[in-house]
Design a protein around this ligand. Structure first.
Ligand SMILES: *Cc1c(COP(=O)(O)O)cnc(C)c1O
Length: 373
């Protein structure tokens, strides 16, 4: 049983077949336009640009903000590698920031300190890229004023957070631009795909242009700069439209799973749910954090017990500052991300889990907890 497999069925099939039969089998067409309009409406932004991945959306957002070599971009150390890679694609240098241990989201105090320090050093900061970890929004009420005071734009990496809210506002809508991912394991999928959302129509136009090989608006093929082949296929946009129609139901199912896990672990000392009590979280993944001294067992032991029953779990992201590829990068650390990596565990969270599968997971966890009591 997988952690977060795609949840697709007859609705997706009918949308895909309709798109195929329409003849728009290309990275252009009516499904693409409609998918963008529907996603912009959902997130509450003026614009949306559909691209081939969340990583491509991050890359374009950074380019459109004018990111250049020599600049730095603040990135949480606790994230999927795509966030940091996009910074390198844009020629800039990622600087890694540790997280709040209760949520796994970027530590705003460290961001503030680091921005002041970089300013004293005369370094130019192209952007701050907060990540809404596992579907729970960063504390934007604190982060946005800090970045605004420093004059640094925010690109919200909401790859995991579509459908989440923070004080009534939708994930993706907080920065100058936000990015979403529709990879196969995300809360909704187009098999692979992503989107940039923003209120800034000039920025959206720039991203759309860069995503289609930077073609000048003339008949012959004219290019004044290097672009990218990043546009989403019209077929996959159709798949995305079907998934978007089902998004709220899929989120409900993930939330109900989290509630069951919460009940299951309620009486277990030393086990916390990450971002517990955030009513706006989309519950993409449910993560437990185990204090081995209080619990008497380690997260890895539960992982092994579940693996024996063919139930997949995953550790929390390995922090970027511990990745060999970023060994030389600068970082601001408290140890929180490293502890979450050691003590955290993502549990099966897919919206397509059947009642029988859910029961099987819950009993396997229960069995483990019994054996450790
Ligand atoms: C999945 C993910 C991405 C990248 O999205 P892709 O569509 O797979 O390129 C970026 N950032 C975070 C935090 C992610 O989880």
């Amino acid at each position: 049983m997988l952690l977060s497999p795609p949840d697709v069925g007859p609705l997706e099939e009918s949308y895909l077949i309709r798109a195929l039969r329409s003849g728009w089998v290309a990275p252009v067409g009516p499904e693409l336009d409609a998918f963008e309009a529907e996603m912009a409406a959902r997130v509450g932004t003026a614009e949306a640009v559909a691209v081939s991945s969340g990583t491509a959306a991050l890359h374009l957002a950074l380019l459109a903000l004018g990111t250049t070599p020599g600049q730095v971009v603040l990135v949480p150390t606790l994230t999927f590698v795509a966030t940091a890679n996009a910074v390198v694609y844009a020629g800039a240098e990622p600087v890694f920031v540790d997280c709040d241990p209760a949520t796994g989201n970027v530590d705003v105090t460290l961001v503030e300190e680091l921005l002041a320090e970089l300013r004293r050093e005369g370094r130019s900061v192209a952007a701050v890229v907060p990540v809404d970890m596992f579907g729970a929004c960063v504390d934007y009420q604190r982060l946005l004023p800090v970045c605004e005071a420093a004059g640094v734009p925010v690109v919200e990496d909401a790859a995991e957070a579509l459908g989440a809210t923070h004080h009534g506002r939708a994930a993706g809508s907080f920065g100058r631009a936000g990015i979403l991912s529709f990879n196969g394991n995300k809360i909704m999928t187009t098999s692979g795909g992503g989107m940039l959302v923003t209120d800034d129509s000039a920025l959206a136009a720039r991203c759309r242009y860069l995503s289609t090989q930077a073609r000048q608006p003339v008949e012959h093929y004219e290019h004044t700069e290097v672009g990218y082949n990043y546009r989403l296929s019209n077929l996959l946009a159709a798949l995305g439209r079907a998934q978007l129609r089902r998004l709220d139901r899929m989120i409900d199912r993930r939330r109900r799973l989290r509630e069951r896990y919460a009940k299951l672990f309620a009486a277990t000392p030393g086990v916390q749910l990450l971002a517990d009590g955030d009513p706006g979280a989309n519950c993409w993944l449910t993560t437990i954090v185990v204090d081995p001294r209080q619990a008497g067992w380690r997260a890895g032991e539960l992982a092994r017990h579940l693996a024996e029953q063919e139930i997949e779990t995953r550790p929390v992201w390995k922090p970027m500052h511990l990745q060999p590829v970023f060994a030389d990068a600068r970082s601001r650390l408290t140890g929180a991300a490293q502890r979450l990596f050691r003590d955290g565990l993502n549990l099966p969270s897919g919206s397509g889990l059947t009642e029988a599968q859910t029961t099987r997971v819950m009993s396997a966890v229960e069995q483990f907890l019994e054996s450790r009591r």
